[in-house]
Design a binder for this molecule. Sequence first.
Ligand SMILES: Cc1cc2nc3c(=O)[nH]c(=O)nc-3n(C[C@H](O)[C@H](O)[C@H](O)COP(=O)(O)OP(=O)(O)OC[C@H]3O[C@@H](n4cnc5c(N)ncnc54)[C@H](O)[C@@H]3O)c2cc1C
Length: 300
Amino acid sequence: MSTKNFKDYLDKNQIDYQQQVSLKEYTTLNIGGKAAFFCAPKSVEEVEMLITQAKANNIPYFILGNGSNVLVSDNGYAGVIIYLKKHMHQVRVKDDVIYAQAGAMLWDVCEVAHKHALTGLEFAYGIPASIGGATFMNAGAYGGELKDVLTSCTTVDEKGDMHTYSNEDMQFSYRHSRLSHANEIVVEISMQLAPGESTVIRQRMDELWQRRQSKQPLDKPSAGSTFKRPVGGYASALIDQAGLKGFVLDNAMVSDKHAGFVVNHAGATFEQFIALIEHVKKTVEKESGILLEEEVRILK
Ligand SMILES: Cc1cc2nc3c(=O)[nH]c(=O)nc-3n(C[C@H](O)[C@H](O)[C@H](O)COP(=O)(O)OP(=O)(O)OC[C@H]3O[C@@H](n4cnc5c(N)ncnc54)[C@H](O)[C@@H]3O)c2cc1C
């Protein structure tokens, strides 16, 4: 690994970067140590440059969206964080199609859709995701998923080559896309929406936001649903039935408002959070025979 070469390259090419950045500040869980390099590319070309240089210098890289589904180790990350939110967040509209760069926030894109009286994306209002993270995860809520609107996805692969995938190519399923197995970075997507009625769109967005506020522990740091929905049931119901709603282990807690959310209720460490996840999995499996699978992505 040559961090010196990498740093020299960043300086020479005037890449926007910092060293030793606390990832705690960049995740909704508020957990995590420092990243060796934290780079905010300004263009697709810079994304390609970062990937090829990281690889050439044998330095691992990780793409961070809004950090709303990532649990970072307290030891931090001895590699390069590629962060698109800072500069690559442009959104444009042509007819009924929205083109959004991966660093745009999903709720901002929902606002753009509303402004242009385009319907189809209301389900996503309130998911604290970047477009890149939402595409990677096939984020969804209230009966909709990103796969319902995405028409194309442009990525950069490990060699720095670009690809454009159709909806079908993306192999979307529940919280899964082709990106789950390929180390590719989403740089832009397009979404096909339909002409709608502005006031109806606003009403639906506000209604869903209110539902979130009443059901989810939005006042506590979390990564949303900690576990995927198991076949034929809901993780939150299984956790509740196992008597774990409100269960506290050190500084981590199963929310007493929504048992599907494990929250950082008092400055939990990475180890404490993992210990509670493991405890929940073991207890639920013992009680119901169902093994829960984490939805949250772990970076260490
Ligand atoms: C309060 C709360 C409520 C939530 N509600 C929902 C919900 O209703 N529905 C739902 O689906 N999720 C929900 N989530 C979880 C989370 O918002 C989603 O999983 C979201 O899609 C993650 O997006 P992100 O930009 O934060 O990605 P991150 O958390 O930063 O990253 C998640 C994964 O995506 C990858 N990734 C990020 N950007 C890119 C990119 N440009 N290219 C390739 N890979 C990328 C990362 O490497 C990582 O593996 C919620 C979370 C919270 C905190």
